[in-house]
Design a protein around this ligand. Structure first.
Ligand code: SAH
Length: 339
């Protein structure tokens, strides 16, 4: 087991099991996440016996930065995992701070037609520590602290729900990396049962939904998940999420030329989302090798934006980052080799 897999409560239980005091979990967390030590032997306020126990029970870092591609506002990290798999994370410099987009799985099984990550089927889930270490290694590399985390890299987080929730609890812990829940966003293509589970977690993180289409007809064509969890169940589910959590939901809508970007689509989207506490984030499509999909023109995006705005839908257009360094959505890993 890797030490970064453990929530503080799990670490406390481990300590109780070996007849240690539970408060030592806080000390260990401080060593790991505040002092960032690289070995248990450096935890100088712990007794030798406990250090020996930790050494025999846990491993530490097994993730390596393989490659970094840098431009002014973006750094893209390719990580090598212990089993020689690759994942990626993207660091973005915003006016309001640094955010990092992390991966939750090796590959993805959702099969969204326009998405590069989905071309590489899921190999396995990421463990909590593999998500935590993406952040720790990036912070070590840039020698700065990250202020927000989005789980929008490779993978479908709700297809790896338990590990993702553990990861969130670890980075959110005040004695951990201490990233506030409101600075953590999880993005899903709409795995409905897990959205209901999230309601019960009672945590103030942000939920983003990859909607990408205003009707089942269009959504079925680009997102196979819609054949299982379609809009007539997804919308009521989101309504319940919003009313129970009192949180606004982000609706992601990637603008694909002549697929979902017409004014008719805008009209249907307004109809679908009216009176909901949401905001729509229009995402300029990052073109990939897949020639089936092209990005919408700036004019079309603006017309779509205007229509939503006029009809009282909160809407923004996502800033484009990192096109020049393959920072978009699984492209680096995908180019790296179809391993
Ligand atoms: N599986 C999750 C999270 C990972 S994908 C989800 O579906 O939300 C993160 C976001 O990037 C999703 O909204 C996805 O649809 C979008 N995306 C995928 N490929 C893209 C591309 N080439 N250009 C722009 N956005 C893309």
């Amino acid at each position: 087991m890797n030490i970064y897999d453990l929530t503080k409560t799990e670490l406390e239980n481990y300590l109780i099991n070996i007849n240690e005091k539970k408060y030592k979990a806080t000390q260990i967390y401080e060593w790991l996440y505040q002092h960032r030590v690289k070995s248990f032997n450096e935890m100088s306020n712990l007794k030798k016996e406990l250090i020996a126990n930790l050494n025999s029970s846990f491993t530490m870092n097994d993730l390596k930065i393989e490659l970094v591609q840098e431009s002014k506002l973006v750094k893209k990290f390719l990580f090598k995992l212990y089993d020689n798999q690759y994942i990626e994370a993207v660091l973005m410099y915003h006016d309001y701070g640094l955010s990092v987009c992390i991966s939750s799985e090796v590959g993805c099984n959702m099969g969204c037609k326009f998405c590069e990550s989905g071309r590489l089927k899921k190999v396995r889930d990421l463990t909590p520590h593999e998500m935590v270490l993406q952040i720790l290694l990036i912070e070590e590399y840039i020698k700065e602290r990250i202020s927000s985390v989005v789980i929008m890299g490779i993978g479908e987080p709700f297809d790896n729900y338990d590990n993702v929730m553990k990861f969130i609890r670890i980075i959110n812990d005040p004695k951990g990396i201490a990233i506030g829940a409101r600075h953590i966003t999880v993005s899903t293509c709409g795995i409905i049962p897990k959205i209901y589970d999230l309601i019960k977690e009672n945590i103030q993180i942000n939920l983003a939904i990859s909607l990408h289409a205003p009707t089942n007809e269009i959504r079925n064509k680009i997102m196979p998940v819609n054949k299982v969890y379609n809009l007539s169940e997804l919308i009521p589910c989101l309504q319940e999420y919003i009313s129970k959590t009192n949180r606004r939901v982000t609706i992601e809508y990637v603008m694909l030329n002549n697929v979902n970007d017409t004014l008719d689509c805008a009209k249907e989207l307004v109809h679908l989302l009216k009176n909901m506490n949401i905001y729509v984030n229009l995402i300029p499509y990052n073109e990939t090798n897949n020639i089936e999909f092209k990005k919408s023109s700036k004019d079309k995006i603006l017309a779509f934006y205007d229509y939503l705005k006029k009809n009282n839908i909160n809407v923004t257009i996502r800033k484009e980052f990192g096109l020049e360094i393959d920072a978009a959505c699984g492209q680096l890993r995908s180019k790296r080799g179809e391993q």
